[in-house]
Design a protein around this ligand. Structure first.
Ligand code: NAD
Length: 355
């Protein structure tokens, strides 16, 4: 079968890491008898340069016509001084909303072979970290009404959630927990925020449909602490857009490297947007130092969530595990290792060989 993938290579290291992921997809395709066809579209800084806007309509239409979307990363200092509506990030928020991608899934796993890179104390990291965060992606304060008073001296943003928006992401989290260790931690600020009280109430109602899954609540301030104190306690976390944004970066760091972590954004259809959690790393763009693993693992998530190709997804994940266990490292995960760091192309080749 042929799968049509829209490629949003973006800026900085985006093009290098997306090309690595495509090579890996093609290799898996050869092994299992699938083909992938790729159509590149502009988004972010490269789109601003070429068309004057971060998310051209042609890109939205192309993504909507594809079976799934693979994204590198967008942004960089060149576009930092542009007004808000013209910033590369506007493209990201816009494409998520245009594709109706309300669930952002971010797994955070501590690889035993990289435990030394984790900033956690050894007795804490030894218990392992294997959690997946479900962050609501197209509601809450990032999409609520915002503005300034006439004198410009007061500003406001609005956190607003409907029961419908909470229900659909809660269902996604509980379904995932059923396939894992059967525990959902819902994170909110229900002691202060009314929107959080509705969040909690709604999650509890959804939980009744999943009696085999344990459901617990945690306040966001406590969660920030627990993620570094005892991350092994978490299986599936479900939370709002802004809390998920902050906590998922924290969770990613306990695993040691931002260059390893993938993400998936999905909605009601099988078409999703798959991207590494890191940014465009302008400081290393063009040097070959980019770690392609987060994007390669994002492609594996695409196989799993968009195309239901579980075996093929695992094949990629096992190849990555094998390469890391064999001691191969890019510069960002070198730590105390005495290995000679591989560049992006060399790391990709090691993974292709394993597949
Ligand atoms: P960043 O994630 O790009 O970089 C942070 C640090 O991690 C840098 O030192 C970088 O070299 C390193 N790093 C990141 N990915 C790496 C990889 N794959 N391999 C090796 N090292 C890696 O974050 P930043 O510096 O805060 O942001 C840079 C630009 O990226 C900004 O313009 C920001 O707006 C944008 N950004 C985009 C996204 C996205 O497209 N989803 C997400 C975050 C930041």
């Amino acid at each position: 079968m042929n799968y049509r993938i829209a490629l949003l290579r973006g800026d900085g290291i985006g093009p290098e890491i997306v090309d690595s992921a495509c090579q890996v997809l093609d290799k898996v395709g050869q092994k299992y008898g699938h083909t992938f066809s790729y159509t590149p579209y502009l988004m972010g800084g490269c789109a601003i340069d070429a068309t004057g806007e971060p998310l051209p309509q042609e890109t939205v239409d192309g993504c909507l016509a594809s079976d799934s979307v693979l994204l590198g990363a967008v942004g960089g200092p060149k576009w930092d001084t542009l007004p808000g509506h013209l910033r590369p990030e506007k493209g990201l928020l816009g494409i998520r909303a245009a594709l109706g991608l309300y669930t952002n899934i971010r797994p955070a796993r501590l690889y035993p072979s990289l435990a030394a890179e984790s900033p956690l104390r050894a007795d804490i990291s030894a218990k392992g970290v294997d959690l997946v965060m479900f962050r609501e992606l197209i509601g809450g304060i990032y999409f609520g009404e915002r503005g300034r008073t006439d004198d410009g001296k007061t500003a406001y943003d609005t956190e607003k959630y409907s029961a419908f928006e909470i229900e659909r992401i809660a269902h996604a989290a509980f379904r995932s927990a059923r396939l894992r260790r059967k525990k959902v931690t819902s994170i909110d600020k229900a002691n202060v925020l009314e929107s959080s009280r509705l969040w909690r109430e709604t999650v509890h109602k959804v939980a009744q449909d999943y009696p085999d899954v344990v459901c617990e609540d945690m306040l966001v301030d406590n969660a920030a602490m627990q993620l570094v104190k005892n991350p092994a306690q978490f299986d599936v976390i479900v939370t709002s857009n802004i809390f998920g944004d902050i906590l998922s970066d924290e969770a990613s760091q306990v695993t040691g490297s931002i260059g390893l972590l993938p993400s998936a954004s999905i909605g009601d259809s099988t078409r999703g947007l798959f991207e590494p959690i890191h940014g465009s790393a302008p400081d290393i763009a063009g040097t070959g130092k980019a770690n392609p693993i987060a994007t390669i693992l994002s492609a594996a998530m695409m196989l799993r969530y968009s195309f239901s190709l579980e075996e093929e997804a695992r094949c990629i994940e096992q190849a990555v595990d094998g390469v890391l266990e064999a001691g191969y490292r890019t510069g960002d995960i070198l730590g105390a290792s005495k290995a000679i760091p591989l560049n992006c192309t060399e790391m990709t080749e090691k993974i292709l060989e394993r597949i």
